[in-house]
Design a protein around this ligand. Structure first.
Ligand code: BTN
Length: 316
């Protein structure tokens, strides 16, 4: 943060919860009104909730819950304030030889990526946007495929246990509470048909967003841990614990396979037993979701009673 930015922040913090005019800030700091506005904009991008009213001025609504860089460094988690996408950074680090389980977290992503080419809204100060590099040594690409389901199972299990929330998995790996999305997973692979070089598992978890932080469009389909529990959550601690749970799970998955995670996935899912429509680029299928196979495919009984297996797509 530059010098003017810290001085503007200092004044706003001294007036926490109160509105102070742009004019006052500009005359105290001897900078122009537009310079004040520029700093307010930059602070907002860092995750500070500052409301602006055209006549009365600026108000820092509350102390932000920013990621604790020191605590992250102690756990060897790589922190960046702002990146295009943590998955992209993770790819670069992996190409440079970063070891397995290297983790990168960003306060904000400028072009967060979602599944099926979608974008993932990742503003500062509210979510956990992170990627883990996984370098399995003993898994073929086919055997590694359920890793995303393993991730979903671990997240659902951890979040429902910790926050006493019904976090449910919608096949393959959307995490929802009450039908609204709370987290998504984007797994990317580098390798060839026979061998995995590395996997990047990117996780986006909505943590401290409030209803007013979401656009009307997003609010109808998404929620956050804070919205569901009514409490403000310490994101740094949550990340450290989640990462720990994930690494333990990836090691176990590599040693023992998908079986035990399959049970956890099934216990927390909302897709099995439902009449579903699954679509993927180039096709779709309607039927009853009857089973999750040992290798993580969804078995669908179509209208002719035929069982079809799907490993990729979107359920509606
Ligand atoms: C989905 O579409 O449900 C998957 C969303 C995955 C978003 C996360 S945020 C951290 C990581 N970096 C990205 O660009 N995407 C993933």
């Amino acid at each position: 943060m530059n010098h003017n930015g810290s001085r503007v922040l200092e004044i706003l913090k001294a007036n926490l919860g109160k509105t102070i005019s742009g004019e006052t800030i500009s005359s105290v700091l001897e900078i122009s009104r537009s310079a004040v506005w520029k700093q307010v904009k930059a602070l907002r991008e860092k995750g500070y909730r500052i409301s602006a009213r055209s006549r009365s001025g600026y108000c820092l609504e509350e102390e932000p819950e920013l990621l604790d860089q020191n605590a992250l460094a102690e756990m060897a988690i790589i922190y960046r304030e702002s990146v295009e996408s943590t998955n992209l950074v993770a790819h670069r680090l992996a190409e440079e030889g970063a070891p397995g389980f290297t983790t990168i977290i960003a306060e904000r992503q400028l072009s967060g990526r979602g599944r099926l080419g979608r974008s993932w809204f990742s503003p500062a100060g509210s979510g956990l946007w992170f990627s883990v590099i996984f370098r399995p040594t003993a898994l073929t690409p086919a055997a590694a495929r359920p890793v995303t389901l393993v991730t979903a199972a671990v997240l659902a299990d951890y979040l429902s246990g910790t926050f006493k929330l019904p976090v449910q998995i919608k096949w393959p790996n959307d995490l929802q509470v009450g039908g609204k999305k709370i987290a998504g997973i984007l797994t990317e692979v580098k390798g060839d048909l026979d061998r995995i070089d590395y996997l990047i598992i990117g996780i986006g978890l909505n943590v401290n967003q409030k209803t007013e932080d979401l656009s009307t469009e997003i609010a109808t389909v998404a929620t956050s841990l804070a919205m569901e529990t009514g409490i403000k959550i310490k994101r740094t601690e949550l990340l450290i614990n989640l990462r720990h749970a994930l690494i333990r799970a990836y090691k176990l998955f590599e040693e023992e396979g998908f079986t035990s995670f399959r049970q956890i996935w099934i216990k927390n899912n909302i897709t099995l037993g439902q009449q579903v429509n699954i679509s993927w680029p180039g096709g779709s299928l309607t039927g009853l979701a009857t089973e999750l196979t040992n290798d993580g495919q969804l078995a669908i009984k179509d209208d002719y009673g035929q069982i079809r297996l799907v490993s990729y797509g979107e359920v509606s």
